[in-house]
Design a protein around this ligand. Structure first.
Ligand code: GDP
Ligand code: MG
Length: 154
């Protein structure tokens, strides 16, 4: 299995306001994933519509756009073996109330509309690459080796 799959992750405005950036970054670092891009930014209306385009017709769409543009987010790209699926399993279910303890949403949320973190959907083929392209330029993604790489992979 290739160990260089990349996936897009974002601490949402509620996670930023609640001081959870460090905790969330630590979980991915501890797992052995490699941070290859990171950006503290505020999402504008156009980017919100593009990022959440698949939900345009849903009743929660306007509220979702308002929420995701309401304050800074921390956007990241993480790299590693099976990264998209592994990150999703660490994030939990869409609804924190349905998420297992030990997952990020299961440990830090209670409400569907305030679920702390976004991660690319592993069941949506190519979502990771689309979202990385949407948020990052190629030169904002760095190639380097973690010093412990030899101990993370057989
Ligand atoms: P995700 O991939 O697990 O983030 O979930 P989805 O792609 O289905 O939905 C995107 C985001 O829309 C979720 O993370 C929630 O922030 C929000 N969302 C989804 N469903 C609902 C809902 O029924 N009500 C509200 N208020 N927000 C929702
Ligand atoms: Mg989704």
């Amino acid at each position: 299995m290739s160990d260089d799959e990349r996936t897009f992750v974002m601490v949402k405005p509620d996670g930023v306001q609640r001081g959870l950036i460090g905790e969330i970054v630590s979980r991915f670092e501890d797992r052995g994933l490699k941070l290859v891009g990171g950006k503290f930014m505020q999402i504008d209306d156009d980017l919100a519509h593009e990022h959440y385009g698949e939900h345009e017709d849903k009743p929660f769409f306007d509220g979702l756009v308002e929420f995701i543009t309401s304050g800074p987010v921390f956007a990241m790209v993480w790299e590693g073996a099976d990264a998209t699926r592994q990150v999703r399993s660490m994030v939990g279910e869409t609804d924190p109330a349905e998420s297992a303890p030990g997952t990020i949403r299961g440990d830090f949320g209670l409400d569907l509309g305030r679920n702390v973190i976004h991660a690319s959907d592993h069941e949506d083929e190519g979502a990771n690459e689309r979202e990385i392209d949407l948020f990052f330029d190629e030169d904002e993604l760095l190639d380097y080796e973690r010093i412990d790489a030899a101990w993370l992979y057989e």
